[in-house]
Design a protein around this ligand. Structure first.
Ligand SMILES: Cc1ncc(COP(=O)(O)O)c(C=O)c1O
Length: 381
């Protein structure tokens, strides 16, 4: 027998309470029972997104569907937008925007760099016709956290330009104050901080984003935001939703509410700090720069002479702990330890222990137990 630990930045572990709720016999979606699920979920998401001003729309799709929805609902072909890219998911936004014929200018950074809001300010000053700014808050590929609050202050000065935030690994892990920071469109996916299986995505839409919707002429049907808004008025969805996932969402949002969003975020930053201190005590180097480290995932350089793919494989097969490897040019060169969603202190200790064992097996020299000790001192502080 081997116990399994899912320590990836999505999909993430699902609490037993949520799994049990999802396992109940199916209900029909045009019923008062399901209307209550929709109503509660929208309220719960507003709490987690920290918004009273934006509408929250829920789609049965993965996060990429929400990304695509933000493009088709806010723009016209030929619109100029600005995309800040410092990782894989920013690149995906560019591909979607280009697929729909937008003129996307790109501010390209290295994966170990934080987006500089001053570059966005300079671009908008030079191109005031820009209709949208797109930025990933928490880059899952690199662990970098971008300062979307600072970007919000810049974009709010442009009445015809909206700010779109990919917070798919941000929501529930790091602060994301939708109203206070002036974030017009914020999106997340269910398999991340919301502690659910993959298959749902949520988007917040501000009054400014609704104005962009009104002028948008890009084709849309399944992802037409107005269809969802209209249905929400009757506590329902326009199409058959992922009923079991929605029932699970109602439960996971209640758990987040009980813990309190500030405590949820504080837990994530504590676990992230314990992970960072733990790997550094082993002599490993963190990938993300000190000025922009998020709490969702900790990417770590694989030490010289160690095969990163083998390290991930040993941790999974021999020790039951699944972490993620690097993507694109960092494949085999970094590992990524996820701690986003349903995680507590001992998940971090177990992971560091498995990492120590796997590194020992691969011949890496360090003081055994030093990573766990460093993490414990953070967790006991
Ligand atoms: C930051 C970010 N954006 C977008 C996505 C795409 O979401 P999905 O894989 O659910 O389509 C992910 C998924 O990992 C992500 O981490």
């Amino acid at each position: 027998m081997q116990k399994k630990y899912l320590m990836t930045p999505g999909p993430t572990p699902v609490p037993a309470e949520v799994l049990l709720a999802q396992a109940k016999p199916m209900i029909h979606h045009r019923t008062p029972e399901f209307n209550a699920v929709v109503r509660n979920s929208v309220e719960g998401l507003k709490y987690v997104f920290e918004t009273t001003e934006s509408d929250i729309l829920i789609f049965s799709c993965s996060g990429t569907g929400a990304m695509e929805s933000s493009i088709v609902n806010c723009f016209c072909a030929g619109d100029e937008i600005l995309i800040a890219i410092n990782g894989k998911f920013g690149q995906r936004m560019q591909l979607i925007a280009e697929a729909y014929g937008l003129e996307a200018s790109v501010l390209e950074y290295g994966w170990q760099e934080v987006v500089d809001p001053r570059d966005i300010a300079a671009h908008l000053a030079a191109h005031p016709q820009t209709r949208g700014v797109v930025i990933t808050q928490s880059e899952t590929s690199s662990g970098v956290l971008n300062d979307v609050e600072a970007v919000g202050k810049i974009v709010r000065e442009y009445p015809d330009c909206i700010l779109i935030i990919d917070s798919i690994t941000g929501i529930g892990a790091v602060e994301c104050k939708t109203d206070e920071w002036g974030l017009d469109v914020v999106m997340t996916g269910s398999q991340k901080g919301l502690m659910l299986p993959p298959g749902l995505a949520a988007v917040s839409v501000s009054p400014k984003a609704w104005r962009a919707y009104e002028r948008s002429t890009l084709p849309k049907y399944y992802f037409d935001w107005k269809k969802y808004l209209k249905s929400l008025g009757q506590d329902t969805t326009p199409f058959t939703p992922a009923v079991s996932l929605m029932i699970g969402l109602d439960v996971s949002l209640k758990m987040m509410r009980e813990e309190g969003i500030d405590n949820v975020i504080a837990r994530h930053s504590r676990l992230a700090e314990a992970t960072r201190q733990g790997v550094e005590a082993l002599g490993l180097e963190l990938f993300a720069p000190a000025e922009g480290r998020g709490s969702a995932v900790t990417p770590v350089w694989v030490p010289e002479g160690i095969d990163g793919k083998e390290l991930v494989k040993i941790m999974k097969n021999k020790h039951g702990v699944t972490i993620a490897g690097g993507q694109d040019e960092y494949t085999g060169r970094i590992i990524r330890i996820g701690h986003l969603g349903y995680f507590d202190d001992f998940d971090i200790i177990v992971t560091l222990s498995a990492l120590e064992m796997a590194l020992t097996e691969l011949g890496y020299e360090f003081e055994p137990g030093s990573g766990i000790k460093a993490a414990e001192s953070v967790l006991m502080a």
